[in-house]
Design a binder for this molecule. Structure first.
Ligand code: ADE
Length: 232
């Protein structure tokens, strides 16, 4: 998986890149690159954004700046780029990220993530350069960087070798193996703490019954959590 993040704050990603599952994914052949859009601006003084036409608060990322940055990095017209790879703009109003979308993205060979700032993107970036607009939730962050990290994290941990155990990603919350329900509760030693005992079944060594118990708890949690906001 090749992940390119276009950002004004590449240094934010230094910590992220040093996390174990991210460095495992890189050791396993994935590649993460960060492009500072300011390095490619055709405007003087490193300008990348501007005030919105029609008035209003905040600054908007300019379409000409994104055009130069994408063109410089990929060597093609960004209008054509989105036919070659998913180019994802991060914005609060986009398609909501969920496990199905993470799986869809993890199956791609390459992703480009565009981080907006302040008031976000000039709409022409979304119309002409992006293949997708994705939101990590219906709230507004001060930029797309944290959302990009969320996507990189969720996608990379789906790749083989990123997690310690191959099974961990298959049977986790919202997976097909759990019929899309949240994960069942986990317990570890001590078996009893302050009078709080671990469910007896988990100590029984009876794998089929444990499996059934876990599925039931997972289903119950799904019912308690209720439908996903924006879901069917
Ligand atoms: N940029 C600002 N807020 C965002 C959100 N909730 N999801 C994705 N990108 C964003």
């Amino acid at each position: 998986m090749n992940l390119d993040v276009f950002t004004l704050f590449p240094e934010w990603f230094e910590w992220f890149g040093s996390q174990r599952h991210v460095s495992n994914a890189v050791a396993g052949g994935s590649r993460l690159a960060y492009v500072n859009m300011r390095d490619h601006t055709p405007l003087s003084g490193g300008q990348v954004d501007d005030t919105p036409f029609g008035g209003g608060a905040g600054m908007v990322l300019r379409v000409d700046v994104l055009d130069s940055a994408l063109r410089a990095h990929y060597g093609v017209d960004p209008v054509e780029l989105r036919a070659q790879r998913r180019v994802i703009a991060l914005a609060p109003g986009g398609r909501l990220l969920d496990d199905a979308l993470v799986n869809e993205l993890a199956a791609e060979p390459a992703l480009t993530l565009l981080c907006g700032r302040y008031e976000g993107f000039d709409e022409r970036i979304l119309e002409h350069f992006a293949s997708d607009v994705i939101s990590i939730g219906r709230y507004v962050l001060s930029g797309g960087e944290l959302a990009a990290m969320v996507i990189c994290d969720a996608v990379l941990r789906k790749l083989p070798g990123s997690l310690g155990h191959a099974e961990s990603a298959a049977q986790e919350s919202f997976s097909v193996a759990l019929d899309g329900h949240p994960e069942y509760p986990h317990y570890t030693r001590p078996a009893e703490y302050r009078g709080w005992r671990v469910p007896e079944i988990l100590l029984s060594g009876h794998h089929e019954r444990i499996d059934q118990w876990r599925r039931e708890r997972s289903r119950e949690r799904g019912a308690e959590a209720g439908p996903e906001p924006g879901g069917p």
